[in-house]
Every structure is written in structure tokens, then in C-alpha cells.
Design a protein around this ligand. Sequence first.
Ligand SMILES: [Zn+2]
Length: 429
Amino acid sequence: MFDLIVRNANLPDGRQGIDIGLAGGKITAIEKSLPASAGQKIDATGRLVSPPLCDPHFHMDATLSLGLPRMNTSGTLLEGIALWGELRPLLTKEALVERALRYCDLAVSQGLLFIRSHVDTSDPRLVTAEALIEVRERVAPYIKLQLVAFPQDGYYRAADGETSLQRALDMGLDIVGGIPHFERTMDEGRRSLEALCRIAADRGLPVDIHCDETDDPLSRHIETLTAETVRFGLQGRVAGSHLTSMHSMDNYYVSKLIPLMAEAEINVIANPLINIMLQGRHDTYPKRRGMTRVPELMRAGLNVSLGQDCTMDPWYSMGSGDMLEVGHMAIHVAQMGGIEDKKKIFDALTINSAKTMGLEGYGLEVGCNADLIILQAADIIEALRLKPTRLAVIKSGKVLSKSAPRIGELFLDGRPASIDPGRDYVPAG
Ligand SMILES: [Zn+2]
């Protein structure tokens, strides 16, 4: 007896026509033609059923603030930071909570149920931390939200950077953040990483650093982060977010760096949407691509995941809470168009992110949590191509969200009356 059975599902590993039985908040059966009854049944009709999507890099304190107090006219990272600096003194807890909850509604409808958000701790009022802690509690029944104490204006560069970060961790933020390339000097950046890794080791917390989000090939803070990770015994608990300077680094240097990163078990988080928008801004032509070396890092055995970073905020006017859009962009920027490449990109949106975030019970196997999404596509390759409608989003065996499939009605003589992009346009070969 099950609480819910999802019948006729296609699984991410390629199995088709599978039934999934959910009971007591867990997946308790995955097999063909499950001979059992259930309180509730959903027919997946041969569509893809996947674990929910994860976003390991987001800024929920800034999301949906686009246009406040004005638009970013240059579209650059630095104007975005300046603009956020103008908005920050005007932020109220109520407005932050309201925008974050609205974003979480959107995320649920997109099948995005695990989010790691950086929380700017630069303003000593810490209204951002206060608001996001409240949001973390309020969304806990449906979204697992992790919060990073993030000194946006610099741990040393901002007047209260050090104390505000410590106070935010005392309030209950989960992870230690940093931004070494934004400190005044390379040496201050290096020292900030030493201090932040020490804080993480002392407090028993993970680390997630905005690291080398620059086109400067000599921005090598990832080297320091790697060394401090080993020194403080933080292997597997440290994430390097962005790492865009690696794109521009000397190949010989990178050939030394990547094995060191693998040894330190650094979790790499690339943010292709925002990086392709913001990087290479000082180039004329050719313009560099703004993403770290995703396929090379994957080949070296590093755990690489993909983040969204922003949705409608001072840095990025686009975004829709859709992690498949992030994967779609990654495939283009990294030129990972092969079938095996696309499978790796889908992993980067799901199981790799779950590992980065240290999620327990994540996955589509018997014994995992009863968290699933049903998509209007036949398989993961098609999901990445189509960014399809999330037909159902299930958490702990309960349906959180449903959307009607996108079906186009046609009024053309001699042509079909309707088309379903997830069924009618599958690969010919
Ligand atoms: Zn970020």
C-alpha cells in the first residue's frame, strides 16, 4: 500500500514505463507494473520523472528587486555592486521576506526545491540575514534553503566586514562566504581566505566563496582556497563559486591547479547565465566566454554543479527560476553538445548540486526521499533542449504544484490540430 504511485515514468537513467511507489515520505518501490494500490495515483504518461532541481548558488536577498532604485545601465558586475549598495540602506525586512517568498513560489512551480542563497552581510543592520532566516523557516516544509554569510563589499575592504560576518553566523546562517577578488589587494584576498577557512573550521561549517569572478588571469585565489582547504582539513566541505578567471588563465598553470583542486575535493559551481552576461566586458573582439573550465574540471573528477546566481536583480535582469535554462546555457557556453556531455550537465543540475549542498536522501532510488518532478519531455536530453513545463512537483509524497502541459493549437488546413513539443518533435534517429 502506497500513499502515492506515479505510473509509467521515464527515469533519468533511460529506463521507461516504470512505476514509482511513495510511502511515509520515502520512495519505497521502483519497478514495472507495480501490483499495488495507493491513496493517490498520477499517470506520468511516458514523461520524464526526475529528482527535483537544485540551485547551489543564488542571491535571495536581491531577487525580484529589478528596477530598485534604478536600472543597471552598463549591465556590468561593478555597476551591479554599486546599485546594490544604493538599494541596501533602503531594504526592509518585510520587503525582503515578501520578495523571497514570492521567488520561492516561482521556484516550486519550476521544480526547484533545494536552494543555497548567499546573504549580504555588509550592512551591519543585518536586516538581510534576519529576513532570510525567517524565510528559511517559513519555506522549510517545501524548500530546503541554505544561507551563506556573504561579505559582498569585502571581508576586510568593508568597514564592518569582519564583525558583521561573525554576527550573521551567530544569528544562524549556515555557511561561510567570501569574495577575495574584491578585497583591496591580492594579499588581503589571500588573508581573507585564511581567516574565513579558519572560522569555518572553528565553527564546523562549510565554506562557499565567490572566487575569482573576474577576467584577470592572474586572479589566483582558487589556489589559496585549495591550500587552506587542505590545511584546515575542510576537504569536500568547500565550494568555489564562479572561478571565471580560470577561463583566462595560462594553460600550463591550470594543468598544475586542477589536480590540486581535485585533491582538496573542491566543489565547483559555475553560473553560466550571469557569467556569459557579465564577463569579457573589457574585451573588444574577440570577447572571452565568461565561464570556468567546466568540461576539463569534470574530466579531472571534480564535483561540478551549476547555479543560477540571479533572477531579476541589479546584476541580471533576466532569469525565471528555471535551472534547465541554466543547463541549456551551460551546454552552449561549454560547447557540451554530445549526448554524454548533456547527461553530465543534467547531473550538474541535480546529483552534483545535492553533493555540493550535502543533501541527505536525495535521488531517485528506493529509500530516497519522496521528492520528484514530472516534466513535459521524454528524457533528460529533451528536458535540456526544451526547458519543458513541470507537470507536477512532489515533495515528501505530496503534490506541491501542477501545471497543464504546453500544447499548441493549430488552425492550418491539412496540418495537425495540435502539437505537443515534448512528444511530437523527438529526435528522428
Ligand atoms: Zn553570486
